[in-house]
Design a protein around this ligand. Sequence first.
Ligand code: MN
Ligand code: MN
Length: 468
Amino acid sequence: MSEEKTEVQLLQDKLFMKKKHAASVIDDSEMQAAMDYAEGYKSFLNDNKTEREVAKFFVAEAEKRGFKPFDRKAKYAPGDKVYYLNRKKAVILAVIGKKSVGEGVRLVAAHIDSPRLDLKPNPLYEANEVALFKTHYYGGIKKYQWPTIPLSLHGVIVRRDGTEVEVSLGEKEGEPQFVISDLLPHLGAEQSKRTLGDGIKGEELNVIVGSLPFKSDSGSELVKLNIMKLLNEKYGISEEDFLTAELEMVPAAKVSDIGFDRSLVGGYGHDDRVCAYPEATAIFGLDEIPEHTSVAILTDKEETGSDGNTGLNSSYLRYFIADLAAMEGLADRDVLSKSKCLSADVNAAFDPTFSSPFEPNNASYLNKGIVVTKYTGARGKSGTSDASAEYVGEVTRILNDSNVVWQLGELGAVDAGGGGTVAMYIANMDVDVIDVGVPVLSMHSPFEVISKLDIYMAHKAFTAFLKS
Ligand code: MN
Ligand code: MN
């Protein structure tokens, strides 16, 4: 026998906001769809660990679906699909809509770079008959998290003759991997007095790459020489070629389901590939020609502040929009001022173990759907785009109308820290922007965690937005 609700309960139901677990809102078939969707994401994340690899993957997927390299001198018709690859590190995908671009375009922008350890320009050295690589970390990391985990090497080397060689070592079964050492606890008494932030210092992130000497009874640096000999045989390089290389150490661990119920996914680089992937599946999956031209941006350099010619603080997006505008005899501003954007980036999921930097009423939670973040920034909303009430209303109406499970979220409690996204760089071009993304646990660690239901909701959200 069900009990009658009291007057208080009825009024609370009517007036209070209550965000529910996505599993309690969706039906069985949608639950299955979400679980199935995650499988594609997992293999994508396993196979693509750097911005170059992700960019290459999306270009290949786009070409399979009839996307053609963007030609600014061409004339495009509704339904035409184009892509623009910026220096092999950032991609713009677009589907030309029915309406003039003068009525604005729909932009969704995610980033495809992730925190990692870049090799220094002159990385290889030998110490005590061990060969090591010096690194310079990229993006915000907690340095103590990176020793004693298997690492793999990715990147590209431009040889002196101008030819390029791509490197990926430590991912395939049986390939060697790399590691940064740490002290044993027995001898860690002095180290343990350091603060956590200094537990492992930047110049201690040295990666072990070998220990056998070149066979000779005389000479110095024989271990280094042996490594250089192996690299010369495999990649045709000498030491000087490191200067013209971009090589990155990333966690070698494979993506895995997490939990008895397999509800979560653990892996490296969810930030922000967990938004990049649904952005691509949304634009690839458009079942009819969109009203407004759809533009999916997969950018680089967000983790170091978006500067540089592959980051969104550069002009490459503006130029792309200007080219679209010029095809109709318009200026870039005619398009930008009427355009709308979702900055598709992750937010920090509330951590039940480390809850103090979160404000529970304004934090995002695993499994409560995509998180809508009105503003990011730090110290009194500095360094952010604060989306207007009108635009928040417009976007959340689209989400509600499409049965997307969503929640709101700030990046932590006031003055607990802060951060930023690409939203402000796009907003600064006079575009309406808001951050919408997937909550992540242990963000920027070598093994981040997300929810399968949340990434599925990101796919639904981006699809609905592009169709709006
Ligand atoms: Mn991010
Ligand atoms: Mn990040």
